[in-house]
Design a protein around this ligand. Sequence first.
Ligand SMILES: C[S@@+](CC[C@H](N)C(=O)[O-])C[C@H]1O[C@@H](n2cnc3c(N)ncnc32)[C@H](O)[C@@H]1O
Length: 263
Amino acid sequence: MKDLFGNALRDYQNGNYTEDLVTATNISDDDILPLPYLFRDFKTMPKLEKKALKLAKGSVLDVGCGAGSHSLYLQKQGLKVKAIDISKGAIEVATKRGVSHTKVEAILNETETFDTILLLMNGTGIFQELSQISIYLKHLKSLLNSGGQILIDSSDIKYMYEDEDGGFWMDANANYYGELDYFLFYKGEEENPMKWLYLDFDTLKLACETIGLHCELVLEGDHFDYLARLVLAETKKNQAPSGFYSVELSLKNKIPRTTARGM
Ligand SMILES: C[S@@+](CC[C@H](N)C(=O)[O-])C[C@H]1O[C@@H](n2cnc3c(N)ncnc32)[C@H](O)[C@@H]1O
């Protein structure tokens, strides 16, 4: 990883803001990701993020903290926060902005336990692909204190496959429609391509139930996005489906078909 994302955050933090990040995916053209957005304060956050921050309690893990905007808000509210990110630049910036407890770390290497785990700004992206959901969810579950919660947002991007007639053009042989190749550009350089997963709520819920997490829809956003709250199923007296089956297999059956025009 070249850490262009971290370089951009560093530039903004150090007063060298001259251009924005550019993102693209295998199904969409270039899009601007304005650097100031990554330094947003509570007032300018989308309503899903505001709701997640209001629900946060106890000790908090901010996964993929970026510039640390959510961590800073929670810290100011008196919560104990640990912010982690795989980007060295992001952690350097979050630390400079005042987040007290930061670490360059991938979520799968985290071992402490928490009352709240936050994954925001399409938090399911970190899972990368459908086949990895259960690995990530099981690990996140292992990091929850009793009574703890995971607050995660994502979007159902089925709308991106809709044509002008209201039909859908998905390839039935392709993987789940929310699995995207994600490209990032900054100052004329291109980051190594990444995999990034957008997950519809029903698929997330099914994956959660399969590994013993109860998944509740907290709030829907303005554009096919949503905030979900995951808690230990036993806390909710909610049994996981009986009989073990692979989450990957059951989720594959949910892939919409190419010919499903006007669905
Ligand atoms: C879309 S950004 C969101 C940043 C921040 N949460 C926000 O809302 O502004 C996703 C972040 O997740 C980080 N990330 C990606 N994979 C990760 C992993 N496996 N563990 C921890 N952080 C990860 C990226 O480096 C990036 O900073």
